[in-house]
Design a protein around this ligand. Structure first.
Ligand code: ARG
Length: 461
């Protein structure tokens, strides 16, 4: 393209005697990444053209011409184009299609508000997708819980066997985390979904465009209240990145659990062939790469959140070009989040629990110790003394290689007279569990109620 033509297409050439250096162009142009905002920029520009008709800048037929031309710009042309950014690209193509008329589209408008508008529209779409995928993940989690309502597994603290819980109870823990993520993303969506157009570069629009109508047309819940704030802030993007980060954190912990639970050492879960991969050297391997990548990408999303925090922290009011650096972290976090959610849902859906394996672990470990101590407390033994007594019983068993099931009513009574015959039933991990009926506990009947409640919540999401 000739230098003169290039300058005419630039949005700000008039004040300069010579053009930007190649080095500066290469350093500062953002089209290669912000072309993701193409659709948003077209929609925003069409709505703005209509708003300009409302203030007498464009005639009805001119609006028609501009809107038609905008929808004819081929998105793929943005790949490899040499415009500064997506906003410049769209206006330049519009000018090719409509000639001088295109020179009016930017009346009263600044890229500072446009960039906020476009990114908000784009993030809104990604949040919608994340909410859909979260619902899918919660659905398949519930299916796994419902398939094994009474399967018993060891619950852990410090990755040491602690107390028996049901598989369904364990799965519902993640259901709760993801339902809060759903809430957090919905809240972020609310703050994202506020319409900034009509703010100008920083001081507000000199053309009294109908901002409420713009908001309605573009599906926003509200309009922004302060033009300086629009140019200056990106807290709505940070809200999204934070909500994405916490969701990734939960996905990463689920991934870590399932990497362990599907390992030969645990052996509880068989991951589907479709989400695992083999080794180029070791023929026997079936590796949980899908889950490892979820865990790995989590760090990357935390990095995206940190990157935008650091970019924003020292900026003077209002817009500074530093803020162009908001996009890549936001784009990246959205891609990793939605990719990881989709992946996790498939892993959960295609994994098979082998309930007898964790059950055996629950039977063999001394997970019932707390149940026994609490039963002693119920029978009148002060809890601290009951704790000591059971502690001695466990020590004795560990030394002599006894499992809980090896103890009988008689041998327990012989160990300590406070151990009544009916307490022997507590050597079965399914028994003590039944006492944990306080809401939120792992008693199977309580979990069944929790499952039903979760199902209803999911249906009303
Ligand atoms: N590409 C720029 C960005 O993403 C658009 C805003 C440019 N505004 C400006 N004053 N240079 O931030």
């Amino acid at each position: 393209m000739s230098t003169e033509k290039k300058d005419a297409l630039k949005l700000w050439g008039g004040r300069f005697e010579s053009g930007p250096s190649d080095v500066f162009e290469r350093f500062s142009f953002s089209l290669h990444f912000d072309r993701k905002l193409f659709q948003a920029d077209i929609l925003g520009s069409q709505a703005y053209a209509r708003a300009l008709a409302g203030v007498g800048i464009l005639k009805a037929d001119e609006v028609q011409t501009i809107c038609d031309a905008l929808s004819r710009i081929p998105e793929e042309d943005a790949e490899g184009a040499d415009d500064e950014d997506i906003h410049t690209f769209v206006i330049a193509r519009l000018k090719e299609l409509t000639g001088e008329l295109a020179d009016k589209i930017h009346t009263g408008r600044s890229r500072n508000e446009q960039v906020s508008l476009d990114t908000r529209l784009w993030v809104r779409g990604e949040i919608n997708r994340a909410l859909e995928l979260l619902t899918l993940l919660m659905t398949v989690l519930l299916e796994s819980a419902e398939a094994h309502p009474e399967a018993v597994i060891p619950g852990y603290t410090h990755l040491r066997r602690a107390q028996p819980v049901t598989w369904a109870h364990y799965i519902l823990a993640y259901f709760e985390m993801f339902s809060r993520d759903y809430e957090r993303l919905s809240q972020a969506r609310k703050r994202v979904n506020v319409m900034p157009l009509g703010s100008g570069a920083l001081a507000g629009s000199g053309f009294p465009v109908d901002r409420e109508a713009l908001a309605q047309e573009l599906g926003f819940d509200a309009i922004t209240y302060n033009s300086l704030d629009v140019s200056a802030d990106r807290d709505w993007a940070l809200d999204f990145l934070y909500a994405a980060s916490v969701t990734m954190l939960h996905l990463s912990r689920l991934a870590e659990d399932w990497i362990l639970y599907s390992s030969e050492e645990f052996g509880w879960l068989e991951l589907g062939d479709g989400v695992t991969s083999g080794s180029s050297l070791m023929p026997q391997k079936k590796n949980p790469d899908s889950l490892e990548l979820i865990r790995g990408k989590t760090g990357r999303v935390f990095g995206d959140l940190t990157a935008l925090f650091v970019t924003m922290k020292g900026l003077p009011m209002t817009y500074n070009r530093d803020m162009q650096e908001d996009k890549e972290p936001v784009f990246d976090a959205a891609a990793q989040l939605n990719g990881a959610l989709e992946m996790a849902a498939l892993v959960v859906r295609t994994s098979v629990l082998k309930p007898e394996v964790p059950r055996q672990a629950a039977d063999e470990g001394w997970l019932v110790a707390t149940d026994l101590a609490e039963e002693l407390a119920r029978s009148g033994v002060p809890f601290h003394q009951a704790h000591q007594l059971v502690g001695r019983l466990v020590l004795d068993s560990v030394k002599s290689g006894k499992k809980p099931g090896d103890w009988t009513a008689e041998s327990l009574a012989a160990f300590d007279a406070r151990l009544k015959p009916e307490m022997a039933r507590l050597m079965d991990p399914s028994e003590g569990m039944k006492t944990r009926t306080a809401p939120g506990g792992t008693a199977p009947e309580t979990v069944r109620k929790a499952l039903n409640a979760a199902r209803k919540r999911l249906e009303s999401m």
